[in-house]
Structures are given as C-alpha cells and as structure tokens.
Design a protein around this ligand. Structure first.
Ligand code: AHR
Length: 540
C-alpha cells in the first residue's frame, strides 16, 4: 500500500513540522540545542521490567476514594454500581497492574467487616489519620474489588496489623478467597459475590514503625511471622492460576528512609528471611520514600520558579541511593533475589493547596511532576532485577495523583500522561544504553541533564524513554543503535511552557503529550528534546 504509507508519512512529517514550530515558540531565540550521544546495543538485554512497578495506591484519604472513585449508584455522575465511569475509562488506558488498598495509615485502623453488607446498615466510623472525618464505609471490600475488575487490574490488599488481629485478617482472606461453602464464603455469596475473589498481593501492615503501630523491628518481625503464617489465600485453584505460580505475593513492611534506623529494620527482616526460621513466604519488602525535601511538606505544587524545580528534582533522585542501598542489604541475605523490593509508596508530597483541608493532601500536578515521575520510573527499571513492584501515591485527588476530579468533571494530570506513555515498558525487557547525559545546573544544584531507559517489548520492538531535565535548553540526541537497522523513532513527547504549568478544568491540555518524530541525519536518528520534557518513542 505505497500510496497509503506515503500519505501517513507525509502527514507525520507535516505534524512534526507543525509541532517543531509550536515548540520553537517556547524557546528563546538564539538558544542552540546541545548535541549528545546515546547508543543502544539492541542485541543486549537485562531483567524484565515488571509491570507492577506501574502500580497505584488508593487510600481512604480525602477525596481519593469518595468522589474520586465512588459516587454511589444514585449519583447523577455516570457510574457503574457506584463507581464513576469517566475515571474507570481513563484508568483502563493506563493498564494499571495493581491497586494497593485500603491504606496507608488507614489500613491499620480498618476493620473489614464494617465495609460489607447492605450499604444502609454499614457502620459509620471516623478516619482519625486524615482530617478526622466521617468514614461511611460505603466503599468496602466488594466495591473495591468491583473497581479493580472494572479497570482490569489486580488487588493488593493491606491487612490491619496495628489495631487488628491475625484472626480478623485470616477471616477476611477466607471471606475473599474460599471456594468451599464455609460460613464466610456463604456470607460473601449472600453479599452478591458467589465466586471467590482473586487476591494477588497481600501487605502485612503499613509503616508499622510509624502510623502502623510504632513497632520496633523485632516486634514487627514477630507480627510478620504470625500474620504470614495464618493469613493465607484459601483457594488452591486460584493459587495454581496465579500468573507467577505462587499463591499470593506477600509484602512485608520495610524501610521508610535512608538512615541507620532503616538499615537496622531491613537487616532484621532480611536476616530472618535468610535463616528460614519460620515459614514466612515473604515475597517482597516494601520501601516508602516521598520527594518532600523537608518535613512537613512545604514546597508549593504550583506558583514556583526554577529554584524549586531544581531542588525537587535533586531530591527525587535520592531514590536511586535508597534503592541501591536497600538492594545491597537484600543481596547480602537473598543473593538469588527471591524477595522483591516493593516501593509501594512514592511520589511528590507538597504543601496542601491553600484553602484545602490539610488532612486531605490536596496538591496540583505540574510538568515538574511529569519529569519527576519519569526519573523515578527510570530508576525502578534500571533496578528491575530487585524492584518488581512500586505504587505511586496516590491514584486520584491525593498527592501525586493521576486524576483530579471536581463534581462531574475530571482532569488528567501530567503524571497520568507519563504513566500512559510508559505502558509499552510494562513487562518489557530492559536494554542497557550508554548516554552522555550532560549537566543541568541551577545555583548550587547540578543534575544529570538527560536521563533515558530502553527496553524491548514482547514483540521485540525497541522502546526508548528519554527525559530532558533542563527547563531552559533543548537537547539534541544523536541516537545510534547496533544490532538492528533503525530507520525511525516515533512516539510522543510531553512538555509545557513554564516549570509550574499545570492542567486545570479550564485548561486541561496545557501539559499533554504531542506526536514526536525523530529526523534522520547522516545515517543517524536525531531526537530533538524540548526543555523539561518526557519523550517515549519506538525505534523501528
Ligand atoms: O500517602 C499518605 C501516607 O503516607 C500514607 O497513609 C502513609 O503510609 C504514608 O506515611
């Protein structure tokens, strides 16, 4: 079909020329793109980039669940069984691999029985961690699993260790997974779900060193032994069907920072894992790390300048040191890398938006967060042999969200777009690359200017994700690929006029990806990267 192909190519060229003109308008005259070399040997491969590093986190916090996901079946906002349809459609496009629920700190105060049964008879409780507001319990076990099914994802349930009991957690798992007609399974059927639910991931507590109960490492270790012994998936058929051939992945509470306290915590759990003194079946150790600079979070999420842009990105790159540090400790006790590092809370945590309830963790999302998300995803991918799960905090309306809702309207954030652009990296195979990254400097801060990862998807297609951190200067990447005859690189690129550009209801497309096409020059592919941009291309 040469005629059609010619038309497609011409329209792509025309579009990229138009875009080049659009982007050129954003760059001051006389600014010359710095040339940089990037080479990929397509015949070399590394570890699989587990799709679970693109996981999400939905806590009962502010408007994350209520209004964000759940509007109730009687709402005028279009919904399926109470779950808003616009949010489901948007999340489906992200191919969300797993959703962590119900918390966070909320998990260690959550009693699952209050969230089942007829909606009008559910207990009304409080949410002391997050503003002390009423928790209506109308979104409970069945509603969460309906949501997970509607978006085509898998459930990551965190059980209550702090204020619950092993019996309560074990009964929840029996209620969820038993195929046999036990009293609990019959109760599940009476509540509308005769078939057992598929529970893929199980968290044993949350931040048990803090809001989860202020436990010492040894105390938590004992809890972990007890919970992981009794809280099982009770469905043998489901165990066989699980894609990894395991009954369920169990995630233990891990470190929450980089200091010696966290070294001791990690050593305690991993040493016990190595000694096999108990039948733990622990498949992951969590790491929580927010980009916050200093506590309490005081950086503004909008209305900031280059100094704050540079400082936040410097701070986010500390993720690399943390992942390396804890991977090295884990290597000591688990050289076969049986236990994954699950970064199951990460993202930017800024000052609450003025006028918002400070307990609701409401912030804006700017192009800075798109760059920040890409830098973190790249770190996880480079550590794919150990980091096999990560959950950005949080999914909707809270912290570094994918989606912000306002009544019947919603806005997709810059971070949403990055997650969508990175879909081809889910379960792809890491391909090493060499890059002359250059330097971006602002005041005392200096950072690698360009960051990139490459991978091969299941069909063998080569993908490249590349971020230009510099908010002022474009970069010109001379891409050479060995091991394949690379003729084109095309995909999408996201940037924005200002470092704090955001998407709002009034202007929802300020920070959205646009089509991107590399040019061919002297036998090389040349990628023109806009300042503060994230670009994902397939190389063919
Ligand atoms: O994501 C907000 C909170 O941050 C979570 O509830 C808690 O686990 C962490 O401290």
């Amino acid at each position: 079909m040469p005629g059609l192909l010619g038309t497609v190519t011409r329209s792509l060229v025309a579009r990229s020329l138009l875009l080049a003109t659009f982007f050129a308008a954003l760059i001051p005259p006389g600014v010359v793109a710095q040339k940089m070399e990037l080479s990929i040997d397509a015949s070399k491969t590394g570890a699989k980039i587990d799709r679970n590093i693109f996981g999400q986190f939905a806590e009962h916090l502010g408007h994350g669940v209520y209004e964000g996901i759940w509007v109730g079946p009687d709402s005028t906002i279009p919904n399926t069984r109470g779950i808003r349809s616009d949010v489901v459609a948007a999340l489906k496009a992200l191919k969300v691999p797993n959703v962590r629920w119900p918390g966070g700190c909320f998990a260690d105060e959550y009693h699952w029985r209050k969230g089942i049964g007829p909606a009008d008879r559910r207990a009304i409780t409080l949410n002391p961690n997050w503003g002390g507001v009423i928790e209506p319990n109308t979104f409970g076990t069945h509603e969460f699993l309906d949501f997970v099914e509607q978006i085509g994802s898998e459930a990551y349930i965190s059980v209550n260790v702090g204020s619950g009991t092993p019996q309560e957690a074990a009964e929840w798992l029996e209620y969820l997974t038993s195929a046999q007609p036990t009293t609990l399974a019959k109760e599940r059927a009476a509540n509308g779900h005769p078939a057992p639910y598929n529970i893929a991931y199980l968290g044993i507590g949350n931040e048990s060193w803090g809001c989860g109960g202020d436990m010492t490492p040894d105390y938590y270790l004992n809890q972990l032994k007890v919970y992981s012994h009794f809280v099982r998936n009770f469905n043998p058929a489901q165990q066989e069907k699980h894609p990894r051939g395991q009954q369920m992945l169990t995630i233990a509470v891990g470190p929450g920072g980089g200091g010696s306290r966290w070294t001791e915590w990690t050593e305690t759990i991993m040493k016990a894992y190595q000694s096999h003194t108990w039948n733990i079946g622990m498949s992951a150790l969590s790491l929580h790390n927010y980009t916050v600079v200093k506590w309490p979070p005081s950086y503004a999420s909008v209305g900031f300048g280059e100094a704050e842009y540079a400082q936040i990105l410097k701070s986010t790159l500390e993720m690399e040191d943390l992942v390396s540090k804890f991977s090295a400790i884990m290597d000591k006790y688990d050289p076969k890398k049986e236990v994954a590092l699950a970064v199951d809370e990460w993202g930017a945590w800024y000052a609450p938006l003025p006028g918002s309830n400070p307990g609701f963790l409401v912030q804006q999302q700017s192009v800075r967060d798109a760059v920040l998300a890409a830098l973190n995803l790249n770190i996880f991918a480079r550590h794919a042999d150990r980091v096999r799960m990560a959950n950005i905090a949080q999914m909707i309306n809270v912290l570094q969200a994918m989606i912000v809702t306002d009544q019947e309207k919603m806005v997709l954030t810059p971070t949403y777009h990055v997650f969508k652009m990175y879909v081809p990296f889910q379960d792809a195979t890491f391909v090493p690359l060499t890059l002359d990254a250059g330097t971006y400097a602002h005041g005392e801060i200096s950072l690698p200017r360009v960051d990139a990862i490459a991978s091969k998807d299941k069909s063998g297609k080569l993908w490249l994700a590349i971020t230009n951190v510099d908010p002022n200067l474009p970069a010109e990447i001379q891409l050479s690929v060995t091991g394949m005859n690379a003729k084109s690189a095309k995909g999408e690129s996201l940037t924005a006029p200002k470092v704090d550009s955001v998407n709002t209801l009034a202007a929802p497309n300020t920070v959205t990806p646009k089509p991107f096409l590399a040019r061919v020059q002297g036998g090389k592919l040349v990628l023109h990267l806009e300042p503060k941009s994230v670009t994902v291309v397939s190389v063919e």
